[in-house]
Write a protein that binds this ligand. Sequence first.
Ligand code: FNR
Length: 184
Amino acid sequence: MSTKIGFIVGSLRQDSNNLKTAQTFEKLLPEDVEANFIEISDLPFYNEDLEVAGKAPESWLRFRKEIAEMDGIFFFTPEYNRSMPAALKNALDVGSRPYGESKWDGKPAAVISVAPRGIAGFGANHALRQSLVFLNMPVMQQPEAYIGNFDSLLNEDGTFVEDTKNFFQVIIDKYFDFFNKLTK
Ligand code: FNR
């Protein structure tokens, strides 16, 4: 049976650099691992008033089911005002409820931040990690995945330069070392 990794991209933008990065990660995964891109753009803002048994928004139920089916999660996040985007925080909140039924619990995670400048989404990366502590998700600590100065990492045809692709491969290989220690 293949290992299922949920890919959650914190940017909703069509031409997102985070999405491009995630799509490249997908190609570098081991053969027995499947990437599942999980949509967050259709999740209404979390509101406890909508959490009525059997009547919660359809997209919340779909999202929770998809997360529950995953063995691990890769988060790809831009930085918005030195934190994670609201859409990504909302997705964490939706997946964490109803109280006591969080779908995130115990799932090994990797956090990859992608940004146009040198700070490389550090603020978003660590804001996200802060929530993952509370959600009880073990997060790979090393290597840290700060992907900065985005345009300088691309060839003219829009693919990633070899050094960057090699770094992505290291992140993936180390993640599965970490994942296997926790799950096997
Ligand atoms: C940004 N951007 C940004 N960049 C950054 O490095 N640090 C920051 O704090 C912010 N803040 C911020 C706030 C808001 C509201 C927007 C819309 C943008 C720029 C951001 O890094 C850039 O738009 C990226 O390209 C977004 O990632 P995607 O969409 O390419 O994946």
